[in-house]
Write a protein that binds this ligand. Structure first.
Ligand SMILES: NC(=O)c1ccc[n+]([C@@H]2O[C@H](COP(=O)([O-])OP(=O)(O)OC[C@H]3O[C@@H](n4cnc5c(N)ncnc54)[C@H](O)[C@@H]3O)[C@@H](O)[C@H]2O)c1
Length: 283
């Protein structure tokens, strides 16, 4: 198994920030790369804000806060992750963007480095095949919010070596997560089962069966879910949700995966959920 000491995180969105925090809390040195230095630094500042709150609530000490922060550095250069043992790409859910990024990483990252993606649905093998190290490419799929959610899906494309998968499973476990291995199929386990439900909840609302508040209340109280489907869609982000549904539909052609019109219209209107302070609900 490869030893992981330094982790490079690409992307400073919802998931990138969560991944950086999880890895730094677990004792890894973390390099965060964003396209602009300002957003990489803003992400580190937001992690610190969370840590300050944790200290205030007695969940961490001031020394721990300083130690965790000292392990995170920010850069806007891809070369900043060149020496990382493990890279986790967590940029926008767009295959063309991710493929271009993996091709660049292949040129920059040391040959022993493992290149992983946090994609929710896209074919990991397509990222592996733009590199010269397809045996050292896999998926490491964290859930949102990464610091709180216990599960990590480790995705095995048909090109990955046993050593890469073992290293990824070990890394996720060292981050305090429950790691499961899954084949490289759109949606893996969780999103393949979850998104038809979320999509059909919006369809039910479109058909006027019940209000979104009633549907959320029903699924919390009736199924013991911690949040209803509309609150969850807002948390995931509606643009990311449509991208996930499109990838699932492309792979399986199942009508349950065909994004309902409301979702697309809301994305067109820029109502992406919590991250834009407006989605099904207002924040
Ligand atoms: N949101 C979730 O609940 C969730 C959960 C698990 C995994 N994921 C996956 O994590 C990844 C990131 O999702 P997110 O929710 O953090 O998205 P986000 O919209 O919050 O952040 C996307 C990031 O990608 C960057 N980006 C956009 N276009 C880019 C480009 N052309 N080149 C490089 N960077 C670019 C943005 O600057 C931003 O830092 C996606 O693959 C998504 O499927 C998301």
């Amino acid at each position: 198994m490869a030893a992981i000491h330094t982790v490079g995180i690409l992307g400073s969105g919802i998931m990138g920030a969560g991944l950086a925090e999880v890895a730094a809390r677990s004792g890894y040195d973390v390099v965060v790369r964003s396209r602009s230095k300002a957003s990489a630094e803003a992400m580190v500042a937001s992690i610190d804000k969370g840590l300050v709150k944790a200290v205030e609530r007695g969940k961490a000490t001031e020394e721990e806060r300083k130690e965790i922060l000292s392990r995170i550095s920010a850069t806007d250069h891809l070369s900043g992750v060149a020496d990382c043992d493990l890279i986790i790409e967590s940029v926008v859910e767009d295959l063309a963007v991710k493929r271009a990024l993996f091709a660049e990483l292949e040129q920059i990252v040391k040959p022993s480095g493992i290149l992983a993606t946090n994609t929710s649905t896209l074919p990991v093998v397509e990222l592996a095949m733009v590199t010269d190290r397809p045996d050292r490419v896999c998926g490491i799929h964290f859930f949102n919010p990464a610091p709180a959610m216990k599960l990590v899906e480790v995705i095995r494309p048909i090109t990955a070596s046993d050593e890469t998968i073992a290293t990824a499973l070990e890394f996720a476990t060292a981050c305090g997560k429950d790691a499961v291995e899954v084949k490289d199929r759109a949606g893996f386990i969780v999103n393949a089962l979850l998104f038809p439900y979320l999509n059909n909840a919006v369809r039910m609302w479109e058909q006027g069966t019940a209000s979104m508040e009633s549907i959320d209340t029903a699924m919390k109280g009736g199924c013991n879910f911690p949040m209803g489907p509309f609150a969850l869609l807002d948390l995931v982000g509606l643009d990311t949700s449509v991208a996930i549904l499109d990838a699932l539909y492309d792979e399986f052609r199942d009508p349950n995966y065909a994004a309902v019109p409301t979702l697309r219209r809301m994305v067109a209107a820029g109502r992406l959920g919590r991250k834009t302070k407006s989605g099904f609900y207002t924040y």
